[in-house]
Design a protein around this ligand. Sequence first.
Ligand code: 3LM
Length: 401
Amino acid sequence: MTEPTRPPGFATTAIHHGYDPLAHHGALNPPLFLTSTYAFASAAEGAARFAGEAEGFVYSRVGNPTVAVLESRLAALEGGEAALATSSGVGALTALIWTLLKTGDHIVADQMLYGCTFGLFEHHLPRFGIQVTFADLTDPANLQAALAANTRLVFTETPTNPNMRLVDIAACADVCRRAGIRLVVDNTYCTPYLQRPLDLGADLVTHSATKYLGGHGDLLAGAVVGPKAIIDQLRFTGIKELNGACISAFDAFLILRGLKTLNLRMDRHSATAAKLAHDLEAHPAVAAVYYPGLDSHPQRKLAQQQMRAMGGMIALELKGGLEAGRNFMDRVKLATRAVSLGDAETLIQHPASMTHATYDPAERARHGFTDGLIRLSVGLEDYEDLREDLLGALSVTRKPT
Ligand code: 3LM
């Protein structure tokens, strides 16, 4: 057998990394280990495994062979040393924060975050003595200004959920590195196929694997990727003793299956979303479309630098504001009215009353997103059908009042 002359590409890694069928009776897919616990050959061996002196699994809250394949594959795809898979994206985030921070510490976060991340940061972490400063990280100078002596973590999404602002990962990583503070990037919207924050200098990547990584709307999961020493801490403190947010082996199996088509799906999501973003922007009922592939996006150049393609998420505002947006949502037939994203089905939702209802009206105004914003997660259906559905729903003339 000849040795490969180059490192495996993204798709090859997503399909093969960390698993050898011949070591598992030739089974093409990693076996699903449905077990909570693991037998020890002797008391001494069990004790050695618990002490970390012997290799081997002890209990599925901290490790499972099916989950381990997923973790090594996610680490390889993100270009990190190690990964921890969790029961949800929020589980990944709390494992990270509760493990790495303590009372008296400070976080700087971008001003626009997924609703429950915002809820955790704004409404709950202060109860444990952890303060969060929200800053507009689209300008890295604002990051420098927000840092304090007790800042331990900088957290951002990019593009931001729901309004598609971009944060310059390399520029923020530079500020963080000089200050000795960890930069964490939520890479849910992009997946490692479209954007690799660790390559750009981030220290850790988080995911809601519920979304594109799983890709089929049939599971909840999350992940953290980064240096092995930190991932070990998150596993043996965060998941083991703090939040218990371990992923099920079955969900890990489903994500492994989803990963096999991740690059194909992301290319298709991106291609269809790019066309629909143009169509929507050209429609007279539309006031604004937020999509990094549009020339009108203020950070188009940055998007081209740090993203391989522009992804499947679009935000838009209609000229008639909230009421027009609600009517639009009620008229679509093919797009499904639902939260979440990254599925084969196109999903449409209203952030202010759904995914981001954790922001009260004053917070929405302060953090910079409007009540009228509508979010689309463009699915894998035929572009022509989606176009007809969305433009048709926009074009219905209103009944005279
Ligand atoms: C949503 N988002 O519809 P889970 N990080 C990002 C996310 O978008 C999410 C999480 C973390 C949505 C979920 S809202 C009721 C439905 C950027 C989730 C959290 O815990 O796996 O849901 O991930 O935007």
